[in-house]
Design a protein around this ligand. Structure first.
Ligand code: HEC
Ligand code: HEC
Ligand code: HEC
Ligand code: HEC
Ligand code: HEC
Ligand code: HEC
Ligand code: HEC
Ligand code: HEC
Length: 454
């Protein structure tokens, strides 16, 4: 019974796809709007309602890129239509007002993790407990740019929001442009749910293949302060991915994507998310971590005070090691983690703690002002010490990139310490407080939003 339905569906979808290709070939070189889909070739399965079909027909003309992506997706192949995702209750705050002019079915543009959770409850639940989903709350606990208003709305909208997300607001049936569009990992949606599944599964293909490739993560995990994609490209794993990845099998069903069979070296997804060697897949990227290597002082995730993880680092380290053991010996794996843990210790003890100590003394002596962070030169040096080279040293050691561990990491730390020490000595000698700068564009709203306790 199930198999029969599936066959029928496949036949239906096949025709649909053929119809679209015919239409495209036809439309090429001429005015696309003049060539609507030819409905006669559209064999409709009974599961696709007339209402759902209208969306596809009209959008095949209005926004053919969207329909083409959707038609190429798993969703289209199993008749999950526009309406399944975009239908809204007539009374929902975010029903599109503009859309009423084309179609009387209430639709809303945002399809939130809550909407996806109707059909993908476990991915949504795992995602919801990850640090990805909680990032806005965390930023408002610890970040100086936000809490001291050191940057302005434009800088936040074009920067932070695209990676971290925004609190999306709706006004008169349209999204407030100060808060949308973005698909940041911790976006708070009008329905209260957190994040955006299209951070990694771009619409409208929502492809597992895409998410398994490192580029899906590298859109946010790059740059001076979190260069994971650059680190990956430098690593042997990344070099082999670049040389041979085209030939690997990327679309195996989840749980069957196998190390050594489907791929030869791991991607971000393999180490952090996919099912490997008996370690269960998870959409909670906080799993498998034994350190908070992005923090000023490296601590265990459960000891990270602003947002303690509910994990036990020993359990998570075992999971990560089990991933490696799919392809490496226990001794090789242990050797790697010994080096990494030593790098963490070296960063904490040799660089971060001593510099923190001398700079804290300046605050006590009022030679540095506690009023705002990032309005004195020394504060920038201290920030970059942990946020730039200090992270690069730790991440480089964690993910097998010696250039990041040393040249972009420990080497730069040594140089930064000289710069900090020279300024500390000057301030102590002169006894005059450091110059406080009027930072350009420091007009950001510092009102802390309220976050649900959950
Ligand atoms: C008769 C044509 C037509 C039909 C039918 C139609 N749409 Fe649209 N839709 C449009 C046009 C044109 C836009 C772009 C601008 C706008 O919203 O006015 C649009 C925009 C959208 C948007 C973005 C909303 C926004 O405010 O920008 C979504 C989501 C959407 N459509 C989904 C759907 C769904 C789901 C259906 C089926 C229930 C559907 N559309 C049916 C023409 C149509
Ligand atoms: C699996 C769920 C899903 C399906 C099926 C789906 N969409 Fe979407 N759509 C999304 C998500 C997620 C977004 C991103 C909105 C956001 O997060 O801001 C989106 C965004 C959009 C937008 C606005 C974005 C833009 O680039 O302008 C339009 C228009 C739209 N969808 C139309 C459609 C149409 C037409 C169909 C059917 C051919 C469709 N969608 C099918 C989930 C879906
Ligand atoms: C009406 C139910 C439904 C909704 C709503 C829905 N999906 Fe799906 N989705 C499915 C089904 C069914 C499959 C196919 C599962 C399979 O092949 O085993 C699927 C498959 C997927 C896949 C795997 C694709 C691949 O390449 O193998 C991803 C990723 C996905 N969905 C993401 C999403 C996201 C993100 C949303 C919300 C924006 C969403 N889905 C909304 C039913 C749904
Ligand atoms: C290119 C994407 C991107 C932009 C732009 C960006 N961030 Fe981030 N941010 C990240 C990533 C990725 C991490 C995770 C770092 C890690 O764990 O390696 C992060 C981490 C953080 C953290 C540390 C969270 C923790 O767990 O302690 C804070 C705070 C933060 N960002 C604030 C901001 C603010 C404020 C802005 C804008 C002024 C901003 N970020 C801009 C991607 C970005
Ligand atoms: C941080 C990136 C990222 C985000 C955000 C993300 N995913 Fe995924 N997703 C992945 C990766 C990577 C895989 C492949 C994992 C694997 O190999 O098993 C995947 C696989 C999937 C699959 C296929 C797994 C299966 O068992 O069928 C579904 C469905 C899915 N995601 C849904 C979602 C939903 C729903 C959301 C939002 C709540 C979401 N994803 C958000 C990265 C992401
Ligand atoms: C849209 C931007 C974006 C994408 C895409 C993205 N991330 Fe992130 N990621 C972030 C941000 C922002 C943070 C910082 C969250 C925080 O700590 O506040 C983060 C944090 C993390 C962390 C640290 C979690 C913790 O508990 O400390 C890991 C691990 C991670 N991401 C892995 C991934 C992987 C793997 C992918 C791809 C499958 C991915 N990310 C895709 C933005 C992104
Ligand atoms: C070979 C496995 C492997 C690959 C591939 C890999 N990572 Fe990692 N990653 C690790 C290990 C190991 C750590 C350190 C874990 C710990 O805390 O003990 C780590 C740490 C991280 C962290 C820091 C988390 C924190 O808050 O301390 C982020 C973010 C991250 N990885 C993202 C990525 C991204 C994005 C990619 C792909 C561009 C990637 N990783 C590729 C193994 C890997
Ligand atoms: C899917 C298989 C696979 C997985 C999983 C895997 N690796 Fe690898 N790894 C390889 C291959 C293949 C090489 C290249 C071997 C060579 O250089 O001959 C490699 C190389 C390395 C290297 C050598 C780097 C250098 O500069 O020479 C280290 C270290 C390493 N892996 C550590 C790890 C750790 C730690 C994990 C788990 C977090 C891991 N690998 C997971 C396949 C894997």
């Amino acid at each position: 019974m199930k198999a029969m339905n599936q066959k029928k569906l496949l036949a239906g979808v096949f025709l649909l796809v053929v119809a679209m290709f015919v239409c495209y070939a036809y439309g090429a070189g001429s005015d696309a709007k003049a060539k609507p889909l030819r409905l006669k070739e559209f064999k409709v399965d009974r599961k696709v309602s007339a209402e759902a079909r209208e969306c596809i027909d009209c959008h095949a003309v209005e926004s053919r890129g969207i329909v083409a992506d959707w038609a190429d997706s798993r969703h289209a192949h199993i008749n999950v239509t526009c309406l399944d995702c975009h239908a809204a209750g007539a009374a929902d705050a975010d029903v599109s007002k503009a859309h009423f002019e084309h179609d009387k079915t209430p639709v809303s543009t945002i399809v939130s993790p809550k909407d996806c959770s109707r059909c993908h409850p476990s991915e949504a639940a795992e995602y919801n407990r990850s640090k990805h989903a909680q990032t806005l709350e965390l930023i408002w606990k610890i970040d100086p740019w936000m809490n001291d208003g050191m940057n302005n709305a434009t800088e936040r909208v074009t920067g932070c929001q695209h990676c971290h997300g925004s609190i999306v607001k709706v006004k008169d049936g349209a999204y407030d442009p100060g808060t949308w569009p973005n698909v940041g990992v911790g976006r708070i949606n009008p329905d209260g749910s957190k994040g955006s599944c299209s951070s990694c599964h771009t619409r409208h293909k929502f492809s597992v293949v895409e998410a398994r490739k490192p580029e899906a993560c590298g859109q946010c995990h790059l740059g001076p302060d979190h260069p994971q994609i650059e680190i990956y490209h430098e690593s042997k794993h990344g070099a082999i991915y670049a040389a041979e990845g085209d030939e690997w099998k990327w679309d195996s069903a989840p749980g069957t994507w196998t190390a050594g069979v489907d791929y030869r070296t791991p991607t971000c997804s393999v180490c952090h998310m996919s099912e490997v060697n008996g370690v269960a897949a998870s959409h909670d990227v906080t799993e498998r971590l034994a350190w908070e290597t992005q923090a000023p002082l490296t601590v265990r995730p459960s000891e990270f005070k602003p947002m303690p993880a509910k994990t036990d680092w020993k359990v998570e380290r075992k999971k990560m090691e089990t991933v490696c053991l799919a392809c490496h010996s226990p001794a090789w794996t242990k050797g790697h983690f010994d080096h990494f843990d030593a790098a963490v210790e070296n960063y904490n003890e040799t660089y971060y703690k001593p510099m923190k100590k001398v700079v804290d003394e300046l605050y006590e002596k009022k030679l540095l002002s506690k009023d705002k962070n990032l309005d004195e030169k020394l504060e920038y040096d201290m920030y970059e010490l942990w946020h730039h080279e200090g992270r690069r040293a730790r991440f480089g050691a964690a993910m097998m990139a010696p250039d990041y561990a040393w040249w972009h990491g420990f080497y730069e730390l040594k140089k930064r310490c000289i710069e900090i020490e020279e300024q500390v000595e000057e301030l102590l000698e002169s006894g005059k407080p450091a110059r406080v700068h009027q930072i350009k564009g420091a007009t950001g709203d510092t009102t802390k939003p309220k976050f649900d306790k959950k």
